[in-house]
Structures are given as C-alpha cells and as structure tokens.
Design a binder for this molecule. Structure first.
Ligand SMILES: NC(=O)c1ccc[n+]([C@@H]2O[C@H](COP(=O)([O-])OP(=O)(O)OC[C@H]3O[C@@H](n4cnc5c(N)ncnc54)[C@H](OP(=O)(O)O)[C@@H]3O)[C@@H](O)[C@H]2O)c1
Length: 161
C-alpha cells in the first residue's frame, strides 16, 4: 500500500477521451468486461451514484461502495457522503478500486498509484462523460491485451522528482 496514492482505478476510454454517453457505456466490449471482472474481483469498488444507477445491481464478489450526497443504502451496497468517509472506513489491507464515472475519477485520480486503462479503438463524438488528463502523471508498464477493438495496459504513477 502506497500511503500517498493508496488507490487503483480501472477505466475504458475512447480515442477522443470519452468514457460515457447518456448515463451508459458507449460500447459493448465483452472481452474488456471479462478483464474488468478478473481485475476487480475480491476488491472493494468505489463508484459515483450515476455509475451505480447504470448497473443492474451490485457487482458480485466485490464490496460495492457508492459516493452520493442523495442516495440511501440498498441491499448489496454501501453509501458514502464524502471521500473522507471512504478513507476512514477502508481497512489498510483492502484494495480500493475506483470504477467511475467521470466525476469520481476526477476526484480520486490524484490519489491513485495504478491505472488499468483500456484504450477503445473508437471515437464517440456525442459522449458526455470524460476521463481527466493522466499521461503527465502515469506511464504504461505492461500490456494485458491488444486486439482490433481495444488495447488494455497497466499504467503506474511516474515517481515525483
Ligand atoms: N468507460 C468506463 O470505464 C466507465 C466507468 C464507469 C462509468 N462510466 C460512465 O460514466 C458516466 C457516469 O459518470 P458521471 O461523471 O456522469 O457520474 P459519476 O461519477 O458516476 O457519479 C456522479 C455522482 O457521484 C456523487 N458524487 C460526486 N462527487 C461526490 C463527492 N465529493 N461526495 C459525495 N458524492 C459525490 C454525486 O451523486 P449524488 O448526485 O447522488 O449526490 C454525483 O452526482 C456514465 O455514462 C457511465 O456509463 C464509464
């Protein structure tokens, strides 16, 4: 656990920086979803309320945490009113995976040391949710899969000089 940058994030981004459209993912990529499941299984996952609303229910095998100032807890998920509340609740040995969406990535990317980032080989001109700038702070370390639809790489935070 890196105490300054304790979290990990996982995201899929289009060639033009888009992650979402009208409250949903702009693509269907079963191959990428398989990786998402494998990488996040067993972890605590943190998402924004709008991403929670886009899911059919809690993601199995993971502790589902939702940041929201308005929602109430439901079966299979826990609600947090602030990032401070998240930090105070997380056990030090647990991995926290940030799984979106745009607002939550922007809030937490400064606290992440590792990114699992899928570059989707598409443009989404009518996208409405975006990922913050990351290339000045992270570098790619390992390719997990490359095919005609996407490139999935693990990125790590560039050490500060
Ligand atoms: N491509 C990907 O990998 C990926 C991954 C995840 C999601 N997405 C997409 O991203 C889009 C959703 O992203 P989004 O930016 O619109 O919404 P979001 O980040 O999922 O959720 C935003 C909500 O989170 C809550 N929130 C934000 N900051 C907070 C804070 N500091 N304290 C407490 N609560 C806070 C608020 O909920 P309340 O309004 O309830 O207070 C806010 O409305 C969807 O299209 C989704 O499909 C894409």
């Amino acid at each position: 656990m890196n105490s300054s940058f304790p979290y990990k994030a996982i995201v899929a981004i289009s060639e033009d920086g888009v992650i979402g459209r009208k409250g949903d993912l702009p693509w269907r990529l079963p191959g990428d979803l398989k990786w998402f499941k494998k990488i996040t299984m067993g972890s605590t996952i943190l998402m924004g309320r709008k991403t929670w609303d886009s899911l059919p229910g809690p993601l199995p095998g993971r502790q589902n945490w939702v940041l929201s100032r308005t929602s109430q807890a439901e079966d299979g998920m826990q609600v947090f009113r602030s990032l401070d509340e998240v930090r105070a609740t997380l056990s030090p040995e647990k991995t926290l995976f940030i799984i979106g969406g745009g607002e939550i990535y922007t809030l937490t990317l400064p606290l992440c040391h590792e990114l699992f980032l899928t570059e989707v080989r598409q443009k989404v001109p009518d996208g409405d949710a975006f990922f913050p700038e990351y290339k000045s702070r992270f570098e790619p370390l390992e390719t997990l899969e490359e095919n005609e639809h996407f490139l999935l790489r693990r990125w790590v935070r560039i050490p500060e000089q």
